[in-house]
Design a protein around this ligand. Structure first.
Ligand SMILES: NC(=O)c1ccc[n+]([C@@H]2O[C@H](COP(=O)([O-])OP(=O)(O)OC[C@H]3O[C@@H](n4cnc5c(N)ncnc54)[C@H](O)[C@@H]3O)[C@@H](O)[C@H]2O)c1
Ligand SMILES: [Zn+2]
Length: 355
């Protein structure tokens, strides 16, 4: 990232012609209008109260409201979007704006990646999790019966408009879920973000500090994606906590734990594994554990049989032919990729987390 720390406009460039502009709390409505001659808006129905005004602001010809959430992030919902796009006469120069949380941006982005072999889209993320992570970087996809996000594509949005005003209506549980991803980025990066988390209190959270936290976390993602769009190196650091986290989500079934809750637990496991294999100081885990308690995120592993968890890990997309890649920490701000870990080691850490 070449921009200074207070930059509000960043970009990600792919090896093809696509450029993805990320706007952080700067006026964006007119910028969406400039993206193409015709705009359509697909919004999470929960955001219905913003959707009509917003359609006017961006000059959208049509608005589709969708019931979304993890269990609705499916090919069936994608097909409804295709049908609607077709009814609206969407062509290859139509730009689709997606307004909602990460399930909305993942799903609508995937529909846009595949409709007419790819049309342009813009993400307007409204949840903390989507603003700091899901909407940035062009990974789009859906859940299937065999696992989360296993069908998808890389399809950069032309624009990601991060507007923290949307957070004013976010329910408490979703703040917690977003904090799971913020925590992950803070551990990867260290510095200001890691220090400020000690002051985060969801009871008294002021939007002022939140806006800075959102921008800083988003910048960490942009920087990593810029180094490695197709996720074969540093972008994988963003999977800290996700190896075990995804397996928990998959085994519990969608919707039992939020993504961020499972990632919080997966991060605790990754920290323990880092202590055992990389000499990470237990003080980091103690600190993170205190934060999870304060934020109301779960710290106890659900009673899942280890053999099932282990099997699920290897079904996860992060398993490559060469084995499973884990993200561990040598220290705060010093992530490392580790191929394969001993099953007994992982078992002992998982068992410790059940207590
Ligand atoms: N593509 C990526 O790189 C990437 C990265 C991280 C996560 N993800 C995906 O993101 C998804 C999780 O995203 P999420 O937590 O935003 O889930 P979500 O889209 O289900 O949103 C969570 C809930 O908050 C509601 N909501 C969203 N914004 C709101 C607002 N401003 N006010 C009131 N309610 C609001 C939604 O209606 C939903 O009920 C997962 O499917 C995960 O796999 C993708
Ligand atoms: Zn995640």
């Amino acid at each position: 990232m070449t921009e200074g720390d207070d930059a509000r406009e960043l970009s990600i460039t792919s090896d093809t012609t696509r450029r993805s502009v990320i706007l952080l709390d700067v006026p964006w409505q007119a910028r969406v209008r400039e993206l193409g001659p015709r705009r359509l808006l697909v919004a999470d129905a929960t955001l219905g109260r913003w959707a009509n005004d917003l359609a006017g602001d961006i000059g959208a010809d049509g608005v589709m409201l969708l019931e979304l959430g993890e269990e609705k992030k499916t090919l069936g919902t994608v097909e409804r979007v295709y049908n609607w796009l077709s009814e609206q006469g969407a062509t290859r120069d139509t730009v689709v704006a997606a307004l909602g949380g990460g399930t909305c941006t993942d799903l609508v982005g995937f529909a846009c990646a595949t409709y007419l072999r790819g049309i342009a889209w813009a993400a307007i993320p409204t949840s903390l999790l989507a603003q700091v992570d899901a909407a940035i970087g062009g990974k789009v996809g859906v859940n299937t019966a065999f696992g989360k996000n296993l069908v998808g594509a890389f399809h950069l949005p032309q624009m990601v408009a991060v507007d923290t005003k949307f957070l004013s209506t976010l329910p408490l549980r979703q703040w917690r879920a977003g904090l799971g991803e913020v925590l992950k980025s803070a551990l990867i990066q260290g510095g200001w973000l890691y220090d400020i988390l000690s002051e985060v209190d969801l009871e008294e959270g002021s939007v002022g500090v939140w806006a800075e936290i959102v921008r800083e976390t988003a910048k960490i993602k942009v920087a990593l994606v810029n180094q490695d769009l197709y996720e074969s190196g540093p972008r994988m650091f963003l999977n800290l906590g996700h190896t075990i986290g995804h397996a928990i989500e998959n085994l519990l079934g969608y919707g039992v734990m939020t993504h961020g809750e499972a990632i919080g637990l997966g991060t605790l496991a990754a920290l323990r594994l880092s202590e055992r294999t990389r000499g990470l100081s237990p003080a980091v885990r103690e600190r993170v554990s205190a934060w999870l308690t304060r934020w109301g995120l779960p710290k106890v592993m659900p009673a899942l049989e280890f053999s099932r968890l282990w099997q699920q890990l290897y079904r996860d997309k992060k398993a490559r032919t060469g084995g499973l890649t884990w993200v561990l920490l040598e220290d705060v701000g010093r992530p490392v990729l580790v191929r394969e870990l001993d099953a007994e080691l992982v078992r002992s850490v998982v068992e410790e987390l059940k207590r």
